[in-house]
Design a protein around this ligand. Structure first.
Ligand SMILES: [Zn+2]
Length: 1195
């Protein structure tokens, strides 16, 4: 509609207000997009048709509703249509409505100044006045605006009774009521005044005002009052509208509070049974109001029941309510029910219209919207949204005359209630951020102690997320603090200043370690689960400077902490490796179990205790004083699932904790400690090199002195610090090795209460970052008060199992199948190789075409083996070999897929080749089919007939199942049947044949109706004799293919490259052929135009590309042959195999029992025989021609 002219036509299908509604839908389509929307709508403002113009005016009102528009375009554009006297009523109506929508809830006096004269002027029609009153009510909704109230009251009193019976007057009353929305007692004076109006509108207005005043308060007394009004049984003549408003009132008053809302739903059931018809008609609307965008199953069921009510209006209202209840949810159940209703009411245009409206509501915004006026966990009621909902619902109280008749534009008031259901998160600069949130059903946590769960059954999603009614979201991370306690709509997040990226003592296990473990398990440990000593190292913590996100005012450098690493390197089964510059060698024990159950059941406490005990012993024995690394033994529990290459592992770093704990005092950076001299910081790195994981250091007179822990006595004084290589990269927190170091100090130097500890971190980072920034110096100096305890044993509380990625105490799993499973490795390596070709040489090559090609190789001999290898290298994954022979002793040397053992076992060649291919590359899907291809001139004995029939069937099926058929057999006649079948099924057939020192590799032409060139020929097209038995009565050297050994790989390779060239050509097998060397590389595929046949000669090493077109009397691919097979099937083939000689005139005559002729069946069938005879006759003629000698002389 917005994009092209067709939309106009659609508008013109409607009339008057219909046209207004149609063109007004533009506002809904462009909702909230003021800039683009105004441009689109603008052109409709200048049409001469007032209905369309009015629609455009209304669209502007919708478009700008609930949007902060600095240019105030709605007022600027709409007000002129009000002030201009000459404008027709419909234009004014639209402008008034539009203003009401655009400025609802703004309480703007300038808008009221435009509207109020229209309310009070009794000269203009009552409908315009009513809508003006409604708009005024919307503008200052809930403000108890005195002037507006008195203007409306005045109008009600001044208008004549007949005017007050107009169907639009209810909107004037609603306008009045909206003024007092939620004001409770604020409406008392107005209620008093209304009593003075004798016309029934006084009573109607009074109910409506009361209802709105208490909207959402849950005031039980008011609900009782309304129920009382509903319960009265009125006569036919009495005004029933107050009852309708009272029914709506029950929903409106009780909707704000859970229990009340539930009670009201029960009350509605009651009213439905016992109420008067007018009450019954309103009940579905009230249900819709109470459950807007909240498709509860019970509510859907109730409404669905009413939607088939005998009273047409009850049904219509129920259907409308279904739309309201499901608005913006895409609820599948409602969608189905509405589809059924559309069928049910297909003859009832009015009801069908309501069904369509409901369907539209259901799929509003493709299911991303809500029209529920409550926000923030039912603690905020949007008055304007409620009003937006109320106007159409009040209009539905007289659906026949309003919505179903001409006033459907009133539905557009819903625009004020529409709101996206998204939870979108922003940072403080209002840049969208994505964070993970848990989403679940809200739990009423009021009155529960502690921090109860506020949602149930959560799932974790990344924002933005859609929230359904009664669903709540919680932040799943502590990285941010939300600035609101209920997460819905647009939420601003503040960075949590206390949040620390998880910098726990991560073990970083390098893949080589697992490879070593796998090897160890397979070859030496086997099922032994005894502990193994392993070694590892941990490195200094470091932070890397990375550039901040682009677009910042200044490109900030952010500091990103690298997790402290512990990598297991040297194992007893692996050679030792050198440790990086500031890494610390530590040893540990590995317990490798055999099953996952064993892994789970392992006594982790005991493993840790044993290791902790060892550390304690190292301390007491003094070994740790000599070798501080002994303080940091670690434990690994592992289970290697070698089938799947998954390694479950759990590291523990036993830490001896003190009770009471040591107290951390003052803290400074190393740079501060050395008086800001960066040089001095750097010098430390050199001074402590080679001292191990812990050392003593002293900074005196600008110089560093360093010593080993064992040199404590004599070195340590009040200026000295105890340093250790700290894997932590946290700005202020020392890493885990400190605990055991303190335990050592506590035991070895018990008198030392106060120590200054240097957490030594990466010096490399300091060098790289330059000397200008103090922030780059990571090492810190911490003062610690060491707790005194009498005995080490007493404090033997040991902790240290590592937390996993999820932050829980639990094992991790390293899945190395991608990097260790050999078959997957082979696959990715092969892919890589092919990809390289793509990157470097032929960027547009389509590797998928090769990979998806299914190749059938007829013949698993020398050619078959070489072709298979070349296809494999091209990434072809589906290969089927057909052969009937067994591997013989002469084969392995020439045929690279067989080995000596295969010939000893005399394995069937096809199966052996397929198996060998899988050994070469496990990712291949290779099959071997043991099959003897029937051949012309090789008569089939009766005993083998059924087997031959089956062989033909099998072969035909194989040809159908593959994309490329390779003819690689060693006799001419064995190629005949597959050539015919390939032509029949239009497959790409590649034929490779060898002579002693020459070869031909060719592709057979395929049928292509669109082709502009003649079809290419097949292997038999050049022959002028039909294939016959070439094997019988031959000497040994004649029977076997005797060729120069290098020829087969050349020929097979050419054949495969021919396939690659054809497949990369845009026309594929239908591509025309390149005729000679000048042609290749022309237009065509990546590899140029494929030749038809390549003939090569080793004598002189020449190669030619030649083209031969299909021969219409070919014995294999001509139509007559294929037709004969189609018509006679095996009977035809049998005669070919038996090489029956038949009559030339009618090749089928013998099938009919007639005597044979002198030519073979095939020759006769194709007309070759006739050709032969004609040629002979011509030769006879030539012989008798005079001057023959002259001819030769001239040559
Ligand atoms: Zn042919």
């Amino acid at each position: 509609m917005t994009a092209n002219g067709d939309g106009n036509e659609w508008i013109y299908k409607n009339k008057d207000l219909g046209m207004l509604s149609a063109s007004a839908s533009l506002g809904m389509i462009m909702l909230w997009d003021v800039e683009v929307g105004l441009n689109q709508i603008d052109k409709y403002l200048y049409t001469t048709d007032n209905s369309i113009k009015s629609g455009a005016i209304l669209a502007i009102g919708m478009l700008t509703s609930a949007v902060h528009d600095e240019t105030d375009s709605a007022k600027a554009l709409l007000s002129e249509y009000l002030t201009e006297e000459s404008n027709p009523a419909i234009v004014k109506l639209a402008a008034i409505t539009g203003l009401g929508m655009a400025y609802a809830g703004t309480n703007r006096e300038d808008i009221l100044e435009l509207l109020l004269p229209l309310v009070s002027d009794t000269d203009i029609t009552i409908d315009l006045s009513s809508i003006a009153a409604l708009s005024a009510g919307l503008v200052c909704i809930g403000t108890c605006h005195g002037e507006v109230a008195s203007t409306i009251l005045q109008a009600l009193m001044e208008r004549m009774d007949s005017e007050l019976n107009h169907k639009y007057v209810r909107f004037m009353l609603l306008g009045l009521a909206l003024l007092f929305m939620g004001s409770q007692d604020g409406s008392e004076a107005t209620l008093e005044t209304l009593k003075a109006i004798e016309h029934p509108v006084g009573q109607q207005a009074s109910v409506l005002v009361q209802v709105c005043s208490h909207a959402g308060t849950g005031n039980v007394l008011e609900v009782q009052k309304m129920l009382h009004i509903c319960a009265e049984h009125l006569g036919d003549k009495e005004d029933q509208l107050p009852q309708a408003f009272a029914v709506l009132g029950v929903a409106l008053i009780s909707m704000g509070e859970g229990v009340g809302a539930e009670m009201s739903l029960r009350t509605f059931n009651h009213l439905m049974h016992y109420g008067d018809v007018f009450v019954r008609r309103t009940v579905p609307l009230a249900i819709g109001l109470a459950c807007a965008s909240n498709p509860l199953v019970t509510v859907i069921d109730t409404l669905s029941k009413f939607s088939h009510d005998n009273d047409k209006l009850v049904a219509a209202n129920a259907i409308f309510a279904m739309g309201v209840v499901g608005a913006g949810t895409n609820n599948a159940r409602l969608a189905q029910l509405l589809r059924q209703l559309a069928t049910y009411y297909h003859k009832d245009a009015d009801t069908l219209f309501i069904v369509r409206i409901a369907q539209g509501l259901l799929h509003m915004g493709k299911g991303t919207m809500t029209i529920n006026p409550y926000h923030h966990d039912r603690s905020l009621l949007s008055h304007t949204a409620l009003a937006g909902l109320l106007v159409p619902i009040v209009a539905m109280t007289n659906a026949e005359k309003l919505i179903m008749s001409d006033s459907h534009f009133l539905l557009y008031y819903l625009v004020r209630a529409m709101y996206p259901r998204f939870l979108i998160t922003f940072d403080e600069n209002l840049e969208a951020v994505t964070t993970s949130v848990r989403v679940g059903q809200a739990v009423d946590a009021v009155g529960q102690v502690g921090r109860p769960k506020t949602i149930t059954g959560f799932q974790t999603h990344d924002t933005p997320v859609l929230l359904a009614h009664s669903e709540r979201a919680e932040l799943a991370t502590e990285k941010y603090n939300p600035l609101t306690n209920v997460l819905e709509g647009f939420v601003v997040l503040q960075k949590n200043p206390n949040y620390v990226e998880d910098e726990s003592d991560n073990s970083l296990v390098e893949p080589e370690f697992w490879a070593g473990l796998a090897h160890h398990k397979l070859h030496s440990a086997k099922l032994d689960t005894a502990r193994t000593d392993i070694e590892g190292e941990f490195l200094c913590g470091r932070r890397h400077a990375v550039r901040g996100p682009a677009g910042n005012a200044q490109e900030q450098q952010q500091r990103v902490a690298t997790p402290a690493r512990l990598r297991a390197i040297k194992q007893s089964w692996n050679s030792s490796e050198s440790v990086g510059s500031h890494g610390v060698h530590v040893s540990g024990t590995l317990t490798n179990v055999n099953t996952i159950e064993e892994f789970k059941a392992a006594d982790k406490g005991e493993l840790l205790r044993a290791s902790g005990q060892a550390i304690l012993e190292h301390i007491t024995s003094g070994k740790a004083t000599e070798r501080p690394e002994l303080l940091w033994e670690f434990v690994v529990l592992a289970f290697a699932d070698l089938k799947k290459y998954r390694f479950y592992h759990w590291f523990a770093f036993p830490a001896i904790t003190a009770d009471p704990p040591d107290i951390v005092g003052g803290q400074q950076t190393l740079l501060e400690y050395v008086g800001g001299k960066y040089e001095s910081v750097r010098e430390l790195a050199g001074a402590v090199k080679g001292l191990g994981g812990a050392f003593l250091a002293k900074f005196k007179d600008g110089q560093w002195q360093a010593a080993r822990l064992s040199e404590w006595d004599g070195f340590f004084d009040e200026d000295a610090v105890v340093g250790f290589v700290d894997p932590s990269s946290h700005a202020t927190r020392p890493g885990w090795p400190l605990r055991n170091l303190l335990a050592w100090i506590r035991y070895t130097h018990a008198q030392q209460r106060q120590v200054r500890v240097l957490c030594f971190r990466d010096a490399l980072a300091q060098h790289q970052s330059g000397a200008d920034s103090a922030a780059t110096v990571e090492s810190i100096v911490v003062d610690i008060h060491v707790t005194s305890t009498s005995s080490l044993k007493a404090e033997g509380q040991i902790s240290g199992w590592e937390r996993n990625e999820a932050g829980r105490l639990g094992p991790r799993m390293a899945n190395l199948s991608a990097s260790m499973d050999p078959s997957r490795l082979a696959e990715s390596a092969l892919d890589l190789n092919l990809q390289l070709m793509r990157w470097r040489l032929a960027p547009s090559i389509d590797l998928a075409k090769m990979a998806n090609t299914r190749a059938l190789l007829l013949g698993a001999g020398t050619l078959g083996a070489y072709a298979a290898r070349a296809l494999l290298a091209w990434g072809v994954r589906k290969l089927t070999f057909v052969d009937n022979g067994n591997v013989s002793f002469s084969n392995p040397a020439r045929q690279p897929l067989y080995e000596f053992a295969d010939s000893v076992a005399a394995k069937p060649k096809a199966a052996a080749a397929a198996e060998a291919l899988r050994r070469v590359f496990p990712g291949v899907d290779s099959q071997g089919v043991q099959l003897s291809i029937p051949m012309p001139g090789h008569p089939v004995p009766a005993s083998e007939r059924s087997a031959t029939v089956k062989a033909v069937e099998r072969l035909e099926k194989l040809v159908e199942e593959h994309d490329v058929v390779f003819l690689l057999t060693d006799s001419r006649e064995s190629r005949w049947l597959p050539t015919m079948l390939g032509a029949l099924h239009n497959r790409l057939v590649i034929c490779v044949a060898l002579g002693f020192d020459s070869f031909v590799a060719m592709r057979h032409g395929v049928q292509d109706a669109e082709s502009e060139w003649p079809r290419l020929g097949c292997y038999f097209c050049n022959d002028v004799v039909a294939p016959t038995d070439s094997l019988t009565d031959r000497t040994l050297d004649q029977q076997c293919t005797v060729t120069r050994p290098g020829l087969a790989p050349i020929a097979a390779g050419v054949g495969v490259e021919l396939v690659a060239t054809v497949l990369q050509h845009p026309l594929g097998a239908a591509a025309n052929a390149a005729t000679n060397d000048a042609d290749d590389g022309g237009d065509g595929g990546v590899f140029g135009v494929p030749p038809h046949q390549v003939r090569g000669y080793l004598g002189g090493f020449r190669q030619h590309a030649i083209v031969g077109h299909a021969f219409d009397r070919c014995t294999a691919c001509s139509d007559s042959v294929m037709q004969a097979y189609r018509n006679h099937g095996y009977a035809f083939l049998e005669r070919v195999f038996n090489n029956a000689h038949v009559s030339e005139d009618d090749p089928h005559r013998e099938l009919e029992g007639l005597p044979p002729s002198g030519y073979s069946y095939l020759e006769t069938l194709t007309g070759l025989a006739k050709l032969h005879r004609e040629t002979d006759e011509m030769m006879d003629d030539i012989e008798w021609t005079e001057g023959e000698d002259d001819v030769f002389e001239e040559l």
